[in-house]
Design a binder for this molecule. Structure first.
Ligand SMILES: Cc1cc2nc3c(=O)[nH]c(=O)nc-3n(C[C@H](O)[C@H](O)[C@H](O)COP(=O)(O)OP(=O)(O)OC[C@H]3O[C@@H](n4cnc5c(N)ncnc54)[C@H](O)[C@@H]3O)c2cc1C
Length: 324
């Protein structure tokens, strides 16, 4: 029997959905071979919903609680993960392909001399052989890889794997994991929490993205109002971020975040291949554009041809009216 270790992430003392997705995938893999699933939670303090970890299939929970873990520190986090690997003897490590997971997974893989495959969208285990699929060349092709090695490190794309509570009501007793005292050369200082009231695009079920067609930062209130009416997050294209209209944390695409919401609105955005790389996993895409030849119309599920300054306020008003 072997162990799969899931590296968890929390936000505001709640387990992130991206972690529950990875955990569900881990539990699915473990169920085939009777393997165990351990979860490592590095955090400044205990979370409110650790039962969700048990419900989604965690057999063990290592809680590394230390105020220094309140902000991501690559060296310290790496050491904590290596300690957890030693504690449970894990031979497969699963991260979520979030900003933290993308940074941490390869560091851990190097320390373990293990292969690392990032941003996987499918993982299967058959007769002990691990096969993973991941998009390549900005999503133009899918690559399927057989991952060999005594230990393996993978990160899974957020929003692709469903969350399944296999053991509702299950409980789990956290096992404390000591945090190393070593002095690390890098010091990480917490930054001011960015726009705490707004949802992160990577966690949202609905994303409303605005592009250069909005013409100015001020006009983004149209995007914000539609996002609020739908209970969603605001996204942006790189053209918008480069213009300084929106912060980089909202950028979706090859050099931004990868999202897979149920509903993705694109307002005044052309649908470049680099943007597509970040949102092609969306389940339903709605495009609003005045150019009938905009590339996004070849890929969107629904297209609204016209001036966004007329369509968006009318759409927002109608949604508000229906949900009142
Ligand atoms: C290496 C590299 C990495 C990149 N990474 C990313 C990335 O991560 N994310 C990303 O988004 N881009 C990325 N880009 C940039 C990408 O190539 C595009 O330039 C960018 O996505 C275009 O943004 P846009 O759609 O907002 O602007 P545009 O392409 O200028 O499109 C604006 C659209 O608005 C429409 N429009 C204008 N006015 C109106 C109106 N009144 N009503 C309705 N529609 C209107 C126009 O018809 C047009 O289709 C990257 C580029 C490179 C080279």
């Amino acid at each position: 029997m072997s162990t799969i270790l899931v590296i968890a992430e929390e936000k505001n003392h709640r387990i992130r959905n991206a972690t529950l997705e990875v955990l569900t995938a881990a539990a699915g893999l473990a169920a085939r071979d009777g393997d165990r699933v351990a979860v490592l939670l590095p955090s400044s303090a205990a979370v409110d919903d650790s039962a969700s970890l048990a419900a989604c299939g965690a057999d063990r929970l290592f809680a590394a609680l230390d105020p220094r873990l309140g902000v991501y520190h690559p060296d310290l986090y790496k050491q904590v993960v290596l300690n957890a690997v030693q504690a449970c003897g894990a031979d497969l490590l699963l991260f979520s392909a979030t900003a933290m997971g993308r940074d941490l997974a390869p560091r851990v893989a190097v320390a373990l001399s293990a292969p690392c495959l990032a941003d996987c969208t499918e993982v299967t285990m058959q007769n002990g052989t691990l096969t993973a699929t991941k998009p390549l060349f900005a999503g133009k092709v899918l690559g399927r890889f057989v991952v060999n090695g005594n230990r393996k490190v993978l990160s899974l794309r957020a929003g692709v794997f469903p969350i399944i509570e296999r053991r509702p009501g299950a409980e789990i007793a956290p096992e404390p994991l000591p945090v190393p005292d070593s002095a690390f050369p890098l010091q990480v200082t917490p930054a001011a929490a960015p726009d705490a009231g707004r949802m992160d695009v990577a966690d949202a079920d609905v994303v409303v993205t605005g592009g250069r067609g909005l013409r100015s930062a001020e006009n983004f209130t149209l995007v914000e109002e539609l996002a609020d009416a739908l209970g969603g997050a605001v996204g942006a294209t790189r053209a918008v971020v480069d213009s300084g209209w929106r912060p980089h944390r909202e950028q979706v695409g090859q050099t931004g975040k990868v999202v897979s919401p149920n509903l993705y609105f694109m307002i005044g955005a052309s649908g470049s291949i680099q943007h597509w790389a970040g949102m092609s996993g969306s389940r339903c895409i709605v495009a609003i554009n005045k150019d009938p030849n905009a590339p996004i119309f070849q890929r969107a599920d629904y297209g609204l041809l016209g001036d966004l300054f007329e369509i968006v306020p009318a759409l927002t008003a109608e949604i508000k009216k229906r949900s009142a």
